[in-house]
Design a protein around this ligand. Structure first.
Ligand SMILES: [Zn+2]
Length: 429
């Protein structure tokens, strides 16, 4: 066992922050000796006596917090970040597809995956639900790279059998067979999980979507990930292709792709019935604010989502998103929440933003109590953050009179310089 003494942040069952300015986090192996878990977390004075023989590392002055969970990101788009394009569809055609076609080459895919994971950990992200490309080799490469680092990680082969150029378009039957084979090879191996991954409704035939839904029904603990209702052109296109569907989201519902463990990126232009359907099915939204602002797609409606009881969490959506940094994503989510011209604007509290990128994202994945938190029993993935990482942060956080003021200073002014340490499965990365 090992312990860390410092300021300590975690969340309770009501999603409220629990903060100890002088806290103790005790980690150690699980009963099988396979994984490092949190054994105790709380105030130093209350806990220290229970663990007299455990070595304590002193990180006072720094904040121990749950590792961040990125609910939607594309590792093959690491090099697409910051590509100039007038909106989503030209961005896909001119930058994303040509780039993704290179991932048929497993060695190339592995080199990008290695960079991607190192970058995530540098930013304090310890779990990501990630798109691969349509090439099975891109999935093997990512899982092998995650396994080498001990990360809890979820990805899947992209399904796209139409309206996609040569090099990324797949074959309907082969794509479904590949998905089944990849589930058998990787799902539940150590900390790895598989996600059935239709890119989005317009690039799949109905046969491919139905096949994906059948696989999802056979494997209820496998994840599902896709995109929905990101921008108006895309929605128009989806409705032309699926004229019988009630809505764009309804296309996925019709084929059995809405259920627990299904994560849909964006969910911006939904109506009340769609939001009810999201809530009822247990599917969750991956709110991707830097991407939505970058591509001018629109603003996620937090008030409507909460009114309908939708689950959601935060996501970088790189390469549509502009940063791997959870701080940048949380700040962009604040901007999106504030926007009050197209929907009701609100001020998301700093601890609420933080929850959305940790325990809330874990809950959306069905991994509540497993990752994204530091309560006893959670896996030992966490970050040690330096509130004095820059002169301005040091000045600002020294004046913080409350947890929310401390967290908001980090959200507004923080970046990778704040992340002093990223601990994955109890080991410093
Ligand atoms: Zn995306």
């Amino acid at each position: 066992m090992k312990a860390y003494r410092g300021a300590l942040l975690r969340f309770d069952d009501q999603h409220q922050p629990v903060y100890d300015s002088d806290g103790l986090l005790v980690i150690g192996p699980d009963a099988q000796g396979e994984r490092q878990l949190v054994h105790a977390a709380g105030a130093y004075d209350a806990l220290a006596g229970r663990f007299p023989d455990v070595a304590v590392e002193d990180v006072r002055g720094q904040l121990i917090a749950p590792g961040f969970v990125d609910l939607h990101v594309h590792y093959p788009q690491t090099d697409v970040i910051g590509a100039p394009a007038p909106g989503l569809l030209p961005w896909l055609e001119n930058y994303t597809y040509p780039h993704e076609s290179r991932f048929a080459d497993k060695a190339y895919a592995r080199s990008v995956a290695d960079f991607f994971f190192d970058e995530l950990m540098r930013h304090g992200v310890t779990t990501a639900l990630t798109f691969a490309t349509s090439h099975p080799a891109s999935v093997d490469a990512a899982f092998e790279a995650a396994q080498a680092r001990g990360l809890r990680f979820i990805t899947g082969k992209v399904l796209q059998d139409r309206h996609s150029p040569d090099g990324v378009r797949d074959d309907t039957q082969q794509s479904l067979a590949d998905t089944e084979a990849l589930i058998r090879r990787w799902h539940g191996v150590g900390r790895l999980g598989y996600a059935i991954t239709p890119r989005f409704a317009p690039t799949s035939t109905e046969a491919q979507l139905r096949g994906a839904g059948e696989i999802a029904a056979r494997h209820p603990d496998v994840w599902i990930q896709s995109h929905v209702a990101e921008n108006r052109d895309e929605i128009r296109w989806a409705m032309e292709l699926f004229p019988g569907a009630r809505s764009y989201l309804g296309v996925y519902d019709d084929v059995g792709l809405l259920r627990e463990r299904a994560i849909y990126a964006h969910c911006i232009h939904l109506d009340g019935e769609d939001r009810q359907l999201m809530a009822r099915s247990g599917a969750a939204a991956a709110v991707s604010p830097t991407s939505n602002l970058f591509l001018g797609s629109g603003f996620f409606d937090y008030v409507q989502a909460d009114d309908h009881g939708m689950r959601y969490g935060l996501a970088s959506d790189v390469g549509g998103g502009t940063s791997f940094s959870p701080f940048h994503t949380m700040l962009a989510a604040y901007y999106v929440g504030r926007e009050g011209q197209t929907k009701t604007g609100l001020s998301l509290t700093p601890s609420r933003l933080w929850w959305q990128h940790t325990a809330g994202a874990a809950r959306a994945l069905g991994l509540e109590g497993v990752i994204g938190n530091l309560q006893p029993g959670c896996e030992a993935d966490f970050v040690v953050l330096d509130p004095q990482a820059t002169p301005l942060l040091a000045r600002k956080t020294a004046q913080a009179d409350s947890l929310d003021e401390l967290l908001f200073a980090l959200i507004v002014l923080g970046d990778d310089r704040v992340v002093r340490r990223c601990v994955v499965d109890g080991r410093t990365a």
